[in-house]
Design a protein around this ligand. Structure first.
Ligand SMILES: NC(=O)c1ccc[n+]([C@@H]2O[C@H](COP(=O)([O-])OP(=O)(O)OC[C@H]3O[C@@H](n4cnc5c(N)ncnc54)[C@H](OP(=O)(O)O)[C@@H]3O)[C@@H](O)[C@H]2O)c1
Length: 246
């Protein structure tokens, strides 16, 4: 029996169990299971691995992507640089951490990006855990970026700084804040949307709802828009690949 699963805090409505159940069904995989393991604090991880000897792989979500690191035997270079782990592989008695959000974001972005976007710059809205994977990915793609935060800080733009000229210079705008995510579906990042045009790509990491207000406002201006669903699927598939490697 190979046991996979997800650790996090409020994970009752997570997409992963149904995604993997369908995958197991479609691929005719038997003797495998994917389960939710809600942890009220990260120190419970030790007890979990002691009581579940069949664990082969885990995904990690909010709020443990960074807090899990000291509990692992090793982590990949990528996860170390990003400072977050969303995938754990169990090899015998050892645990190794990876970050597959970088892969998911990169592949999803590459499929939708135009030449003008590559040559332009990006704005990353939010400075939380997900934003670190995004900045790592943009560095790899050689796309310059600036973070936008609610709080002023070194090297940061604030929402008050976002005027027409700034928006026109940044053709990729990535929402890594939870604004727009269910149940708060009417919220959206505070941007001068008037300055958005056809050449912009608005990438929302939020995937529920499938079309956020941020995306709708982009569509109204003729921009290309993308939600986080493909990224979510790609990161899950990459986790699966890592778990299957010998
Ligand atoms: N599609 C995918 O595969 C995927 C993968 C990972 C995450 N996500 C999604 O990405 C989002 C962010 O995840 P995360 O783990 O980075 O979350 P997080 O750490 O809780 O928040 C991200 C950042 O958003 C900003 N923010 C938070 N509340 C805000 C508000 N009310 N108004 C404006 N800005 C606000 C904050 O930055 P400042 O304080 O600097 O403003 C915060 O650090 C979530 O919706 C998550 O579901 C999707």
């Amino acid at each position: 029996m190979k046991l996979y699963g997800l650790i996090g805090k409020h994970i009752k409505h997570s997409f992963s169990p149904s995604y993997f159940a369908e995958k197991f069904r479609n691929e005719g995989l038997i003797d495998v299971d994917y389960r939710l393991f809600p942890l009220s604090r990260i120190s419970e991880f030790k007890k979990l691995i002691a009581t579940e000897p069949d664990l082969t792989g885990l995904n990690v979500t909010i709020p443990y992507k960074t807090l899990i690191i000291p509990f692992l035997d090793s982590i990949s270079e990528e996860a170390k640089t990003v400072g977050a782990v969303n995938t754990i592989k169990f090899t015998g008695t050892k645990t190794i951490g990876f970050n597959t959000d970088v892969f998911g974001f990169t592949e999803s972005l590459k499929a939708h990006i135009g030449k003008e976007n590559y040559l332009s710059k990006a704005l990353i809205l939010g400075t939380g855990g997900a934003s670190k994977a995004i900045s790592f990915a943009l560095n790899q793609l050689n796309i310059k970026y600036q973070h936008v935060s609610r709080n002023a800080g070194k090297g940061l733009l604030t929402y008050e700084n976002l005027n027409k000229s700034v928006i026109e210079k940044h053709l990729i705008i990535i929402n890594t804040s939870p604004l727009g995510m269910a149940p708060n579906i009417n919220s959206y990042p505070d941007l001068p949307y008037k300055a958005i045009g056809k050449q912009h790509l608005l990438f929302d990491l939020v995937y529920n709802p499938e079309r956020t207000v941020f995306m709708k406002k982009g569509i109204e201006k003729g921009a290309t828009v993308l939600n986080g669903l493909q990224m979510l699927h790609l990161q899950a598939e990459k986790s699966w690949e890592i778990w299957q490697e010998p």
